[in-house]
Design a protein around this ligand. Structure first.
Ligand SMILES: Cc1ncc(COP(=O)(O)O)c(C=O)c1O
Length: 480
């Protein structure tokens, strides 16, 4: 039987100072009660009617708050038995005093998975059973010979599969020896910079561009030059004007991060020409080229590279899952020796166990099947979110990104305040969306919000997230 909730565990006071809509205040109070252990998994909460009458609110307001709490996994509806704190939730460790924002920062759970979060594949759709079977099989194969140091450039079986995959899917003719397996895209960049960067070299960096890579390159004390991006990708002419002596360009040609535009053939040719004439390097970040929904993914820039100026990088974070921490780079044939030397002095390679599982996943055809499935799933989930945005915002919203990638870029009419304010309030409300401004370095040429859609699993979820977003936008517009 459900435990009786402690006295006043759900007592809620609403504040007129709080700029959030009432139903979001209600959800926030319940979330706090659950986080602090005042409400435990399995506890019954007041009925919509009882709480509405106690707080003097309409039933519709309380009902909306309950729907959101159920969508986000806090509540479960058990028909006539009532509404309960979801019994599957982990128990809060002990009832405690509310923690201040400052101290809660230190306790923040990592990794976080929030609705509308960017950069995650569909976590619910990964073939975990198959994966576990392969993991178990690999575990049974572990023998003494596998306990020594791994190969610094990666497991040969995986390097062979990556080389074969790149040949047929990205048009890259490379040998397995050119493929270096790393523990993520930043590790690939680290290896590239250790091997080829010389102090003082300038780097063209897309603006807007991925802030984590931007910060990482800055932390290596490299000189970054923001170069604007338009509907054809990086504006090469502008790069030449701003930093003519740069020696590197870091670009996302297949699917610009975050605008999702594809670099045009003219721009690709211009960029390659720039690299060839000055013996410069282009780092091609191909992190999610597989996801384009209205046409086949374009071939890579590396496929057009006749003079070995392109350093191609890929990652398993979007096509499998990010906790794997496996990525790779393709070094030019002439530089393989230098890359090998640098890789020996880095982290001495990635654990071979999961490399072997990925190799087997590819060998048995699961990888290609999974990609195909995800491409149609993401097209559908993108539509869920796009349709719900149009339904909830009407003419007030414009989706400005092409059908590609793992997120939407949207602009909302009549916001009045900077999108960063929406981003801040959305963050306190538990949403993972981001303002485009945090991806920009120079003067912004475009503004908007980035909304991840890969984990929006139904039309209903999409709709309640959009209702919540609209309330946040209204609250920000009303209070400047
Ligand atoms: C632009 C870009 N490049 C590369 C990556 C892959 O990074 P990692 O391999 O560290 O997961 C990401 C992941 O979000 C990304 O957004």
């Amino acid at each position: 039987m459900a435990k009786q909730k402690p006295e006043d565990a759900t007592s809620i006071t609403l504040s007129s100072e709080d700029i959030r809509p009432i139903y979001l205040q209600v959800t926030a109070r319940f979330k706090a009660a659950i986080a602090e252990g005042r409400l435990a998994p399995g506890d019954r909460v007041p009925s919509v009617r009882a709480l509405a009458s106690e707080l003097g609110l309409s039933r519709g307001t309380v009902n909306l708050a309950y729907q959101i709490l159920a969508e986000e996994g806090y509540f479960e509806f058990r028909g006539t038995a009532g509404t309960f704190v979801d019994a599957r939730r982990p128990k809060a460790s002990a009832p405690s005093a509310p923690i201040s924002i400052a101290s809660s920062e230190g306790l923040k759970q990592w990794p976080e998975v929030r609705p509308l979060q960017l950069g995650l594949p569909a976590l619910d759709a990964f073939p975990l059973k198959t994966w576990s079977r392969l993991v178990n099989r690999e575990a049974r194969k572990v023998g003494a010979e596998k306990l020594a140091y791994p190969g610094p450039a990666g497991l040969m079986a995986l390097r062979e599969h990556i080389a074969a995959y790149l040949t047929f899917s990205r048009g890259i003719a490379c040998r397995p020896e050119q493929v270096f397996v790393t523990s993520g895209h930043r590790a690939s960049l680290d290896l590239i910079m250790r091997t080829l960067y010389q102090p003082g070299d300038g780097i063209w960096f897309e603006d807007p561009g991925y802030p984590i890579v931007r910060e990482f390159l800055l932390s290596l004390k490299t000189r970054l030059h923001p170069v604007p991006v338009d509907q054809d990708g990086m504006v090469v002419e502008e790069g030449r004007r701003r930093a003519p002596d740069a020696r590197f360009a870091v670009v996302t040609p297949a699917n610009q991060s975050p605008l999702c535009v594809m670099m045009s053939m003219e721009r690709r040719a211009e960029l390659l020409k720039w690299a060839e004439e000055g013996q410069r390097w282009i780092v091609e970040d191909d992190y999610d080229s597989e996801y384009r929904y209205n046409r086949r993914p374009p071939l890579s820039l590396k496929a057009m590279d006749r003079n070995e100026r392109v350093l191609f990088t890929g990652s398993f974070s979007k096509v499998l899952f990010p906790a794997l921490r496996l990525a790779y780079l393709v070094a030019p044939l002439s530089e393989v020796g230098n890359f090998e030397r640098a890789s020996r002095f880095m982290s001495a390679g990635c654990p071979e166990f999961h490399q072997a599982v990925v190799a087997e996943f590819m060998e048995q055809g699961y990888f290609i099947r999974h990609l195909k499935k995800m491409r149609s799933l993401y097209a559908e989930r993108r539509e869920f979110l796009a349709d719900a945005l149009r339904e909830v915002f009407g003419d007030g919203i414009a989706i400005v990104s092409p059908p590609a990638g793992l997120h939407l870029v949207v602009q909302i009419r009549g916001v009045g305040s900077p999108y960063s304010k929406i981003g801040e309030l959305a963050h306190t409300e538990g949403l993972g969306l981001q303002p485009l401004s945090s991806w920009q370095m120079g003067s912004p040429s475009i503004s908007g919000l980035l909304l991840g859609f890969t984990n929006v699993a139904s039309r209903q979820t999409a709709r309640s997230l959009c209702i919540k977003l609209k309330a946040i936008c209204t609250a920000v517009a009303d209070h400047g």
